[in-house]
Design a protein around this ligand. Sequence first.
Ligand code: ADP
Length: 265
Amino acid sequence: MDATVIMEDAIPFYRPSGNECVLFETAFRQGLPVMLKGPTGCGKTRFVSHMAARLGLSLNTVACHDDLTAADLTGRFLLKGGETQWVDGPLTHSVRQGGICYLDEVVEARKDVTVVLHPLTDDRRLLPLERTGELLEAPDNFMMVISYNPGYQNILKSLKPSTRQRFIGIDFDYPAAEQEVQIICKETGLDRMRCVPLVNLARSIRNLKDLDLEEGASTRLLVYCATLMMAGISPLEAAQATLIEPLSDEESAKEGLLEVVRATF
Ligand code: ADP
């Protein structure tokens, strides 16, 4: 096997929908931060891992939650063997070492997180560490990437314009039908003949407006469904476990989904 083949294998599979790879690479080369918007399970995280590997960058991913503070990202003094020692958080680590720092679902984090993001995401590219008195300048190979799901947004949880307007935005959605079929085949090994109805089923579920689902069936759930089918679970059972239960707790909605599933299998 020659070296290029080995390199290709090391890059996580990502099937592009448009020019997002070129846009991302250009943003990286120009030192611009990127914001990925889109529903859950539509490929944002996979895209970042793919691009990190393609660009030869390390990737530090932080899954943001409502208790995540600026100090969790920058670092803190910890007691070690009777002494207090500064320990870098993931953001500081990335700024020192270079690479991509990816804050997944950033709107979940506490508001003070935006304070550390601002000087890093404009042309200063600086990370001030108040506690240690350091002012870190991000190296050329540092890139800030955030993601969020506009579908979940409410007034209390959204990014302020002053934060949003520091990022290049790339809009993600579920892949087009043919691309999604290719993704499911490649990810799970399920044959095309069985992937096509699965993707059509997901598309019907995404178009159901009257069941009041918070979000449609994601590509991730289709991968799960195909994985169960590959492991010998019947299509109906697999669809119930992956395309009905994770989407709703309400009996009437689940019945509506079951009808659509039964029409396919
Ligand atoms: P998100 O970060 O948007 O919630 P992920 O990136 O984790 O979603 O995607 C979930 C799964 O869906 C991935 O693990 C992968 O199996 C599959 N997937 C979705 N979109 C793509 C794509 N364009 N190319 C390859 N795999 C994809």
